[in-house]
Design a protein around this ligand. Structure first.
Ligand code: FPP
Length: 277
């Protein structure tokens, strides 16, 4: 049962937004491209890494909100396979911040019953980062609330290539190398095997790109882009994204067969007949 008192203070803007959300139609999986840390820092004449440091407060608030809203899954894009091209100092600071986050936040993850799972080419990260990730994953493995996936050294194309290789080696081992595979089988071998595809993809800082994030999984996701920079992204912005999501009509390539939609069609054709007369 969702405890609304933990999500909004009485009389707050969050409360007004929360009232607009249909709690029975929440997205099951929310994926987030956290962007704009550099611009946030630049606007304050700070070094880029200060933007990443400030972004951690947003991570904390958004993940905790997701857990309290009882969303099934949240996936945050923290470091892409392309991000190695950034200056060494920035990469090192991001890794240091990640380790610091894991150490400091483990207790909060446990309190909120959150299961933490990193996705991506984790074995390409520094062994000290891998150790912290493994520890947090093991400690939270029995939690049954929100699944919090963090994408690290992640690329959507890399994931698809890794999946193809994984499937090929599996079929070779089973001596089934000429077997045909289908979409379900392929999905079941992605990093996100057994996890519902995102219903909602949020991108901060206004850019209209998917940046190689969850390419297979976002096939039918609704996309919400906000100009808010990641370090400024707060609970109310997540509520706004969910309200936007709930206003969309999701048809998965089919047609809307709800009674309301039929009424529209009838009204349209009625009007059409009148016009034709
Ligand atoms: C994009 O902003 C953001 C990133 C590449 C890193 C996101 C990382 C964090 C929020 C902190 C670490 C995360 C955890 C979970 C501890 P950008 O630098 O590309 O911004 P810009 O486009 O304005 O330059």
């Amino acid at each position: 049962m969702i405890d609304l008192s933990k999500l909004a203070e009485p009389g707050s803007i969050e409360e007004t937004l929360l009232e607009k959300i249909d709690l029975t139609r929440l997205p099951r999986h929310v994926a987030v491209i956290m962007d704009g840390n550099g611009r946030w820092a630049k606007a304050r004449s700070l070094h880029r890494v200060e933007g990443h440091r400030a972004g951690i407060a947003s991570v904390r608030e958004i993940v905790e909100t997701g857990a309290r809203l009882e969303l099934g899954v949240m996936t945050l894009y923290a470091f892409s396979v392309e991000n190695w091209k950034r200056p060494r100092y920035e990469v090192a600071t991001l890794m240091m911040l990640l380790k610091e986050y894991l150490r400091k936040e483990l207790a909060t993850l446990m309190e909120n019953d959150i299961r933490f799972v990193p996705i991506g080419r984790i074995d390409g990260l520094d062994p000290s980062v891998q150790r912290e990730l493994r520890y947090a994953e093991q400690q939270t493995a029995q939690n049954t609330g929100l699944l919090f996936q963090i994408a690290l050294n992640y690329g959507g194309r890399a994931e698809i290539v890794d999946t193809v290789n994984r499937i090929m080696s599996l079929l070779r081992d089973r001596e089934m190398s000429d077997a045909a595979i289908d979409e379900d089988f392929f999905s079941a071998h992605l990093y996100t095997a057994n996890v519902h595809d995102p219903d909602l993809l949020i991108r901060t800082s206004g850019e209209l790109r998917v940046s190689n994030f969850l390419l297979w999984q976002i096939a039918y996701a609704e996309i919400h882009v906000t100009k808010v920079l990641w370090p400024d992204f707060r609970r109310k912005h997540l509520f706004e994204a969910i309200i936007d999501f709930q206003a969309r009509e999701r048809r998965y390539g089919g047609v809307d067969e709800s009674p309301d939609a039929e009424m529209f069609i009838e009204a349209d054709s009625e009007e059409g007949r009148r016009r034709d007369q």
